[in-house]
Design a protein around this ligand. Structure first.
Ligand code: BTN
Length: 263
């Protein structure tokens, strides 16, 4: 990857920092955002020494193989809506990856993962926002894609996948980055204009890993089970509980459950 991207965007990736190794592109992008960097500023790294995942996890970030980048956003949105940005990014990222791995049956797992048909995690999204007086001041959407990596540390070996492992060939990381930015910018603009995920829901539902499936959700205040029915315009996962109630899950760790054997 070098310093030129073949972009079709107005703002995303027009100001870009390429790094060798950094701790976390999200940390650097947030620092740039706080210092006034314009919307679309993008930080890319070849590797990360402290790549961040959701829930305090780390993100496997070896050099020379994958894509790690973060984009500064400045939506005029309430702070409570910042969580929706991960789903905006998931729609764009899914489009870009599915075009490169058409046979992999890629799915979006609410709220921030791209999985293969066999459930291997190909990419993750971490959205971190700074707010002021109840409004988003800036948001950083960080995306990690397992592109050309073919082996994982033991703790990830059973759950992670890569584009190269899916399609058997290597992918150009610069071209993939440009493709994601080209798709992310219009999806983000649609979300900003609508003030909700409504225009993105048909795509998110069509490619959902969860819709219609039995799920367990570990939330901060307990564990729920039920059947995922869809995503609300505010980004919540809608789950039908065994008793019939439809609950809207704001955040939680979702596990897919096997279907009970047919009677
Ligand atoms: C997750 O699935 O838990 C989210 C992973 C997000 C990883 C990306 S890599 C680029 C950006 N910088 C980080 O430190 N994290 C995100």
């Amino acid at each position: 990857m070098n310093g030129t991207l073949d972009l079709h965007t107005a703002a995303f990736g027009r100001r870009v920092e390429f790094h060798g190794e950094v701790d976390s592109t999200n940390r650097i992008a947030a620092e740039l955002a706080r210092a006034g960097a314009p919307e679309g500023t993008t930080v890319v790294a070849d590797s990360q020494s402290a790549g961040r995942g959701r829930r305090g996890r780390s993100w496997f970030s070896p050099p020379g193989a994958n894509l790690y980048f973060s984009v500064v956003l400045r939506p005029a949105a309430p702070a409570a809506a910042a969580g929706q940005i991960a789903l905006v990014a998931a729609a764009a990222l899914h489009r870009a990856l599915a075009a490169r791995a058409p046979g992999a049956g890629l799915r979006i797992k609410w709220p921030n993962d791209i999985l293969t048909a066999r459930g291997a995690k190909l990419a993750g999204i971490l959205c971190e926002a700074g707010s002021e007086a109840g409004a988003v001041r800036y948001a950083v959407v960080g995306i990690g894609v397992n592109v050309n990596v073919r082996s994982f540390p033991p703790e990830l070996a059973g759950s992670a996948g890569s584009l190269a492992l899916e399609g058997g060939r290597e992918h150009d990381r610069g071209r993939l980055l440009a493709a994601v930015l080209d798709l992310l910018e219009p999806e983000y603009r649609r979300w900003c204009a609508a003030g909700s995920l409504a225009p993105l829901l048909p795509y998110l539902e069509e490619h959902s890993a969860l819709r219609g499936r039995r799920v367990t959700i570990r939330e901060p205040d307990g564990v729920r089970t039920g059947r995922a029915e869809g995503i609300a315009p505010g980004g919540e996962l809608l789950v039908r509980e065994p008793g019939g109630a439809l609950v809207a899950i704001v955040s939680g760790e979702v596990t897919l459950e096997p279907e009970p054997p047919a009677a």
